[in-house]
Ligand binder design. Structure first.
Ligand code: PDD
Length: 280
């Protein structure tokens, strides 16, 4: 695999980052994941906007223009022959030469890493036919979940808790209501209405979320942005999650209770189809 590191395209075995990199020592960095379908980047502009915002919230300079980011993404997709898959982008605060809690000055250049992952048939993921089962766990993450940082230990623990419980993912619960999934935004459906938590610092502002809510309104569905409880999800007609890598994925069981008929419903099935049709 060819990866990108600070201006160079290198075999992955030759890409080297310092042990003093603040991404490594402090999880001081941000990332984006963009899906690729039929060689085409999905909703790339949205990911660029969020990347710029994450960097600016952490007082890091954006090392590239959107056009440069696009060129790097395209070059990596081409060099790795990616048909379906994803591009991972990470910018960390770089290597100040020592460990220090204070941010280094402008002389320290950020470390820019991009790589691809091939996932043939990504849009035809068979899991979308059966749906995911989720459990709920307390949300004990920090208070700036709107910044897409590489600080992903608790989401990893959430994924492991799900695996141990024999399900697909965990939904985080804070003050009695769902915030989001380990790496996705969470929704329930009641009749023709889609309910999902409003944007704030408590959740990541999903790029897929923005597109799906736009398509839902265009398809004459109702959208209500407010928090919901696990009990409300269990009593809903349907539930689902969205993310750049899973697109729109039905959720058919929450904490051992079937949602609706316990299989993907009409609304989520339609939304997934619309999303994939519109974005491809
Ligand atoms: N995760 N919420 C969290 C906590 C996330 O990590 C993600 C994305 C989302 C969905 O955002 P988007 O629709 O822009 O992908 C919501 C990515 C896919 C990941 O970490 O792999």
């Amino acid at each position: 695999r060819t990866v990108y590191l600070n201006g160079d395209y290198l075999p992955e075995t030759e890409a080297r980052v310092s042990v003093f990199d603040r991404g490594f020592l402090m999880a001081d960095g941000v990332y984006e994941v963009t899906s690729v379908l039929d060689g085409k980047l999905i909703d790339f502009a949205g990911h660029c906007v969020r990347l710029a915002r994450s960097l600016s919230e952490l007082e890091m300079k954006n090392p590239h223009s959107d056009a440069e980011w696009l060129a790097i993404h395209r070059e990596l997709v081409a060099r790795n022959g990616i048909v379906d898959g994803m591009v991972y982008l990470q910018v960390t605060r770089g290597n100040p030469g020592d460990r220090d809690f204070a941010y280094p000055g402008p002389e320290t250049e950020p470390t820019v890493v991009l790589f691809t992952q091939s996932k043939p048939g990504l849009a035809e993921n068979p899991a979308a036919k059966t749906g995911w089962k989720v459990i709920s766990i307390p949300d004990i993450r920090w208070g700036r979940r709107d910044i897409k940082t590489v600080q992903l230990l608790y989401p990893s623990m959430g994924k492991m808790a799900a695996k141990k419980a024999g399900v697909d993912d965990s939904w985080f619960v804070e003050e009695g209501v769902v915030t989001e999934g380990t790496s996705n935004n969470a929704y329930i459906v009641k009749g023709n209405k889609i309910i999902t938590r409003q944007l704030s610092n408590d959740i990541l502002h999903g790029i897929t979320r923005a597109a799906v809510l736009r398509f839902a309104v265009e398809a004459q569905m109702e959208v209500e942005e407010r928090p919901f409880t696990i009990a409300e999800a269990q009593g809903a007609d349907e539930a689902f999650i969205t993310s750049a890598s899973a697109f729109v994925m039905p959720v058919v069981e929450v904490d051992g209770k079937a949602v609706g008929a316990g299989k993907p419903g009409a609304v989520v099935t339609r939304l997934r189809e619309i999303y994939l049709d519109e974005m491809r």
